[in-house]
Design a protein around this ligand. Structure first.
Ligand code: PHB
Length: 357
């Protein structure tokens, strides 16, 4: 029988009962101290029929924060809060990995300890505004990291990965996409360095490779995935040659035998035809997770053609906790309410109806 979205699959050591993955989605509903709270447990538990859940992007340290009400994965209280999430998902037969996040320049002194400046590969201020507790405020020029500060950030990723394993996650996803710290090193619109972390593809990918090696060393490669977004301009990102850069990155990641490579195949607002994602994917020897604008038909087609092993769905999982069952039975989908995506209460979070309701 041909493979489709409902076929089981293994990503590294993680066994999935189907190939529908819940994409990482920022929801800004953690309690004080970045601690997951009961409504977060309910939200993830409701979506445990996904083959795999990837949590919302989760800061690895106090300096990794860039938005209000994010959960963290670096304190004991956060680990205890996440343990309730992973226990609830596992009790429903689901699998869940946590996305490890450092925002770099996409932050603001009011969100950082002692009003610190955000850090970045280079002192390049992004266009746009930060979401702060005081509302939208222009981004500031970040402080360029000295190369001798990078090992401490790598150590923060390691500590976060260890915390994730202690919290019962099935693995971790390293967030190297969407204009946050690792992506700021990768793309030359934000990386103007002249040391061995800037310039060549090898140099710009060095920080990603160092983080990946360190996380793989503590978690095991079969529990580690990576997310990239080669052409997403979100967060004022651009690169002079994305195809060559991400072909290089994809090939270089083969050395690790990762659980998966997860790719946002275009601009978050739509598909991008300027980049050959099929060619990039063919350079990767492991499992491939495709994301962006897929529906049931396109997801099945991508799996049948061998382009993708699994498909990550974002907004459809916000509005449809039972998206797998709805796709399986060709049932209508609930509409997502974008006014409740970021922050707030249970409304627009845990109150979307199931088919059975
Ligand atoms: C967001 O909070 O808007 C956000 C977070 C992480 C992403 C993309 C967007 O990767």
């Amino acid at each position: 029988m041909a493979l489709d979205l409902f076929s089981a699959v293994n990503l590294g050591s993680i066994s999935l009962k189907n190939r529908m993955v819940m994409a990482p989605l920022t929801r800004n509903r953690a309690a004080e101290g970045g601690v997951p709270q009961p409504m977060n447990v309910t939200y993830y538990e409701q979506r445990a029929s996904a083959g795999l859940i990837i949590t919302e992007a989760t800061p690895i340290s106090v300096m990794a924060h860039g938005y209000p009400a994010l959960p963290g994965i670096y304190t004991d209280a956060q680990v205890a809060g996440w343990k309730k999430v992973t226990d609830a998902v596992h009790a429903k037969g689901g699998k869940i990995v946590i996305q490890l996040w450092h925002v770099g320049r996409i932050s603001h002194p009011t969100l950082l300890p002692n009003g610190a400046l955000p850090v970045a590969p280079s002192a390049v201020k992004p266009a746009g505004q930060a979401f702060t507790y005081q509302g939208l405020v222009d981004y500031v020029e970040p402080r360029a990291l000295d190369a001798n500060e990078l090992p401490a950030i790598v150590a923060d990723y390691v500590h976060a990965a260890q915390s994730a394993l202690a919290a019962g996650f099935d693995g971790v996803e390293i967030h190297a996409a969407n204009g946050y710290l690792i992506d700021q090193f990768l793309r030359d619109g934000s990386n103007k360095r002249t040391d061995n972390y800037g310039g060549s593809f090898e140099n710009r990918a060095r920080f990603l490779m160092e983080v990946t090696k360190a996380v793989v060393d503590v978690a095991g490669a079969d529990k580690v995935g990576i997310r990239i977004s080669p052409v997403n301009p979100f967060n004022d990102m651009h690169d002079s040659n994305p195809q060559a850069l991400f072909n290089y990155v994809t090939s270089a990641l083969n050395q690790f035998n990762l659980a998966y490579l997860h790719t946002i195949e275009g601009d978050m607002s739509g598909q991008d035809n300027s980049f050959d994602f099929v060619a990039m994917r063919q350079l990767f020897k492991g499992s491939y997770m495709a994301n962006l604008g897929y529906d049931k038909a396109r997801g099945n087609a991508a799996i049948a053609s061998g382009h993708a092993d699994v498909i990550a769905y974002g907004v459809p999982f916000i509005a449809n906790p039972d998206l797998v069952e709805r796709y399986r039975t060709n049932a209508p989908l609930n509409e997502a309410d974008s006014s409740t995506f970021y922050g707030g209460t249970e409304k627009g979070y845990t109150d979307y109806p199931f088919l059975s309701a």
